[in-house]
Design a protein around this ligand. Structure first.
Ligand code: UDX
Length: 438
């Protein structure tokens, strides 16, 4: 099938490469010429395991091309997948300016029948709006159908998730268009949910909000565990063994970040507000998550106040919102650094995806020192704070590493370490809800 993926960001590029691997002829279209040039040369503008090989293979096979001539790319295909960004506005609602601009381009260039698919996460009602909007602008209403087909991939596992989806949600009001999209994905053999636009849109928001709820829930239980001497890892395991609950997404820590959970929970709350539905759980998911950096930092401050009156030097291990990605959007590590900055002399950051201050949110702050080795990161530190579970941090020999620190204090924001091992190295181990060991 001939497919144009409009928007060569994270979701668009992954979808384009996977569809090309499945044997479709795919054009990745984007108005950003510099990005198109890079992608055409097989260069990914972000980190995603396995995607660069897939990109290069398909470019070489001729099944995947990129173009900044969006109108031509639209005319060349039968299926248009829209994967443009829908960032949060200040009031929490999703900003649909990129989608509106794509709609105008489609209206100006449509030449024959197209199935227009929205992959981006969009507020409830957006697919219906797109169908109505194009209906007004395109003289022949039979030239298109609109399908909602939300994306559920995780950063860091994008290729696997796109090739092995738990489910494929196809929302629309045209059986012919639904059949075409079923055919597009038929090799993936995933469970299908065929529904209307609004149901498809809400499946996406409800999925992300539910996962975020599991995290905020376990983070609240971790605070109760902390005060009662119970162990949150065993609690999460014991609770998760009930198949109705499941063990996944019950890892407590400094909170969730990334481009999806924070934005989608906010957007769902805003939608509910707009339509007069009072949300309770959704608001609490967000407020628990916002509070987690402070919960952890209160422990750190207590411990540091006992050993120093001077401004602190803190080592930050990991700045991205999770490992295997260079994405720092809404990362709890960034909130932690921002909160620490006023009390600090220096903040020394180590992250495998960051080589200089220019790749941090503080390019000109002389207190921020980007380091390349664990030794360099820990030199003179009053404490180290583990924020992201990069593999390389798992293998740190804390018996050796301790020697570089001024005060051997480790705040484990992700429950990465075994408290007894860290304590045996002579380090004060701080975490949340790790039983009587912390
Ligand atoms: C998420 C959804 O998983 C995916 O289905 C959707 O399409 C996009 O949003 P992603 O943002 O890539 O994917 O990250 P994910 O792996 O879900 O992690 C999100 C955040 O939650 C990370 O900051 C992670 O550290 C945190 N998290 C995750 C926890 O704190 N505890 C957990 O148990 C799981």
């Amino acid at each position: 099938m001939k497919v144009t993926v409009i928007g060569s960001g994270y979701v668009g590029t992954t979808t384009a490469a996977v569809l090309a691997t499945l044997g479709h002829h795919v054009i990745g279209a984007d108005v950003d010429s510099a990005k198109v040039k890079k992608l055409s040369a097989g260069i990914l503008p972000f980190v995603e395991p396995g995607l660069d090989e897939m990109l290069k293979d398909n470019i070489l096979r001729g099944t995947l091309t990129f173009s900044d001539q969006v109108e031509e790319a639209i005319q060349a295909s039968d299926i248009l997948l829209i994967a443009v960004g829908t960032p949060s506005l200040d009031n929490g609602t999703a900003d649909l300016k990129y989608l509106r601009s794509v709609a105008d381009t489609i209206a100006a260039s449509i030449n024959d029948y197209k199935v227009i698919v929205i992959k981006s996460t969009v507020p409830i009602g957006t697919n219906r709006w797109l169908s109505d909007y194009l209906g007004e602008k395109v003289a022949d209403r039979t030239l298109f159908d609109v399908i909602s087909n939300p994306e559920f991939l995780r950063e860091g596992h994008a290729v696997y998730d796109t090739l092995n989806p738990d489910r494929t949600v196809i929302g629309g009001n045209s059986q012919d268009a639904i059949t075409i999209i079923k055919k597009l994905y038929h090799q993936l053999n995933s469970k299908l949910v065929i529904c209307d636009w609004e149901t498809a849109e809400l499946i996406k928001y409800a999925s992300n909000a539910y996962l975020a709820a599991k995290i905020s829930f376990i983070n609240e239980i971790a605070q109760i565990a902390d005060k009662t001497g119970a162990d949150i890892l065993q609690i999460a395991y014991g609770v998760g063994l009930d198949p109705r609950i499941g063990t996944e997404f019950l890892q407590s820590g400094i909170g969730y970040g990334g481009s999806c959970f924070p934005k989608d929970v906010k957007a769902l709350i805003s939608t509910a507000d707009l339509i007069g539905v009072e949300t309770h759980i959704l608001k609490e998911i967000e407020s628990v998550n916002e509070s987690m950096p402070n919960v952890y930092l209160a422990k750190l401050a207590d411990s540091l106040d006992k050993v120093t009156n001077e401004p602190w030097t803190i080592s930050i291990l990991g700045l991205t919102f999770k490992p295997e990605t260079d994405d720092q959007r809404e990362s709890p590590a960034i909130k932690i650094v921002n909160k620490l900055l006023p009390a600090c002399k220096e903040i020394r950051i180590l992250d495998p995806t960051i080589q200089s201050n220019t790749k941090t949110p503080w390019p000109n702050d002389s207190k921020i020192i980007v380091c390349q080795t664990i030794e360099e990161t820990l030199v003179g530190a009053d404490a180290a704070v583990l924020c992201t579970t990069w593999d390389t941090f798992t293998s740190i020999d804390w018996n050796e590493a301790k020697a570089y620190m001024k005060n051997p204090i480790l705040l484990d924001g992700r429950n990465l370490y075994e408290p007894n091992i860290i304590k045996a190295a002579g380090i004060t181990y701080l975490a949340l809800g790790r039983g009587n060991q912390t």
